[in-house]
Design a protein around this ligand. Sequence first.
Ligand SMILES: C[S@@+](CC[C@H](N)C(=O)[O-])C[C@H]1O[C@@H](n2cnc3c(N)ncnc32)[C@H](O)[C@@H]1O
Length: 240
Amino acid sequence: MTTEHRPHGNGPSPNTETGPRPIRSYVIRSGRLTSSQRKAIDNYWQDYVIEYQTSPLALNALFHNKADTVLEIGFGMGDSLLEMAINTPSVNFLGVEVHKPGIGKLLHGIAEAGLDNLKVINHDAKEVLLNCFEDESLWKIQIFFPDPWHKKRHNKRRLIQDEFVQLLASKLKVSGELHLATDWEPYAEHMLEKLDTCEMLVNSAGPACYSASGDRPVTRFENRGKKLGHKVRDLRYVKS
Ligand SMILES: C[S@@+](CC[C@H](N)C(=O)[O-])C[C@H]1O[C@@H](n2cnc3c(N)ncnc32)[C@H](O)[C@@H]1O
């Protein structure tokens, strides 16, 4: 287990194993932290950040209750995740993100709202999913507007790939939900194809169909896509 406290470190640990470098779904951007984000990281990291570890987390102990857990992968600046956590106090939320300014912004929001049902992990979601959760432990996993990696030669960096879909499905409780959204049509089609062929998942809208967005808050990237005239597509699956 990693107990190191590194609020201003570089996020995920480097690949120290020999062999090919893993294909990452993100690039760590060197964006500056605002003073508010930096202060939030300094003041609230200990309270709301769960350090990445290579063994399953005790979810009940993290939140001091037995409520169900929703995992959000790639929350960006965290506005929509914060809104969900405020609106749904009976559910626990865990957000995974590698982008430090987004972590800082969300920590500020959590502290300001005095939430005890939202925590953050600053690490690569693939490693987090693989190591930090027991199978069938999550009630919902949501991934809103994952990086589309438009260029064909970059498509391999997309988060949604066969192996990752298997991992997502295996961590969901039976009847739990996987909810994705994207404003990039080729990625939406790619997601449909990958998710529809996963034996553990059932498309709530029927095979090859997109779902309604439900009552999820609009995200920052979604707004950006809409301004560019992009159509948003939601995909919702239930674990069978
Ligand atoms: C396009 S942004 C969308 C952010 C937010 N969901 C929204 O809709 O505004 C995708 C986010 O996913 C994060 N991300 C990409 N791959 C990730 C990974 N493997 N682990 C954790 N975060 C990741 C990026 O840092 C980025 O903030």
